[in-house]
Ligand binder design. Structure first.
Ligand code: NAD
Length: 309
């Protein structure tokens, strides 16, 4: 992409939710022309106010663009939008690049790449990490699967929305990196919740435990930077009643993707299964919209186990 093209990229953007809207704002702020669509009218109104043109449908965001980005909830949405009857792939101009940033199954991402290849449309799977705050600040991490030359072409677009851009390998490998990251995040949050709960019941102050373990072999991101105990750090969801974080129901969705990937690869991942069950119970109790670190409430509230005589 030449520097002139970088300034003038015309981008289609589908899915203007918690992540998509701030990503769109950063693309507009970087000087790109964006035509956008969301099924929700309120989102379309907000995107227009943010400086985007609004397309009449998802498929029509593909007209006359150089790059088309989607950021929708699930793989079913992604495949319907792009490959279904009247999907975007039938409309994208020759040479345009399709980038899906949603978190979906590796197999679904590979199906999207295959559908693109059939039409000669290059595809990148580019899920993100960094949450809503990262999307707003333009500091997302992109984990990209696909051809290196397509990533090179898309790099200025990613740089308008993110800070760390990784090539994870061929088709679907962006989603592979994402599912591995999120299974670690989900499982380690449960382990950290168990440690804080037990520590407190043994009379250990959470702040003291955090300080000690942070320089010991149990240290991890959830314990040090994202503690589930309120009041240890000011800017984490636990200190604002678990609001505005990464919803437990999204963590459950990602653990289900890990279970699916385990089945597809004939892998046995018992901790993934257990963690999915625990987040499933937590979400089933009506708390799925809270940040996933709120799972500590379920662990703290679990009934005491009494030894058999
Ligand atoms: P969201 O539900 O806030 O937004 C999704 C948007 O897609 C909604 O506005 C919805 O109306 C729209 N949509 C659904 N179907 C559509 C269609 N057919 N055509 C057009 N628009 C459609 O979800 P989100 O939090 O923005 O997450 C989007 C994706 O990013 C998900 O795959 C999620 O797992 C992933 N993700 C989310 C976070 C986070 O912290 N929220 C972090 C990393 C990754």
């Amino acid at each position: 992409m030449t520097s002139r093209e970088q300034r003038m990229t015309r981008i289609g953007f589908i899915g203007l939710g918690r992540m998509g809207m701030p990503m769109l704002r950063n693309l507009v702020a970087a000087g790109h022309e964006v035509q956008a669509y969301d099924v929700a009218e309120a989102a379309r109104v907000e995107a227009r106010e943010a400086g985007a043109e609004i397309a009449p449908s998802a498929a029509e965001t593909a007209s006359e663009v150089n790059v088309l980005i989607s950021m929708v909830p699930t793989g079913r949405h992604v495949l319907e939008i792009h490959t279904g009857p009247g999907g975007t792939l039938a409309r994208l101009p020759d040479g345009a690049l399709l980038i899906d940033c949603s978190t979906i199954a590796v197999a679904e991402a590979r199906a999207l790449h295959a559908a693109g290849a059939e039409r000669g449309t290059p595809v990148l799977d580019a899920p993100v990490s960094g949450g809503v705050m990262g999307a707003q600040a333009g500091t997302l991490t992109f984990m990209v699967g696909g051809e290196a030359r397509d990533l090179d072409r898309a790099r200025p677009i990613f740089q308008a929305m993110g800070r760390n851009i990784f090539h994870a390998g061929s088709a679907g490998n962006g989603q592979a990196a994402k599912v591995c990251n999120n299974l670690l995040a989900g499982i380690s949050m449960i382990a950290v919740s168990e440690a804080y709960t037990l520590g407190q019941r043994l009379g250990l102050e959470p702040a003291t435990m955090r300080e000690i373990v942070s320089t010991s072999t149990g240290s991890c991101h959830a314990l040090v930077n994202y503690p589930p105990v309120p009041g240890l750090l000011p800017n984490v969801p636990s200190s604002r009643e678990y609001r505005n974080g990464f919803a437990a129901e999204l963590m459950l969705k990602d653990l289900r993707l890990a279970e699916q990937a385990a089945m597809d690869t004939k892998s046995s991942l018992p901790l993934v299964t257990l963690a999915a069950s625990l987040y499933g119970l937590f979400c089933g109790s009506g708390s799925g919209d809270l940040d996933y670190s709120a799972v500590i409430r379920m662990i703290e509230g679990a009934p005491a186990v009494t030894a058999r005589p």
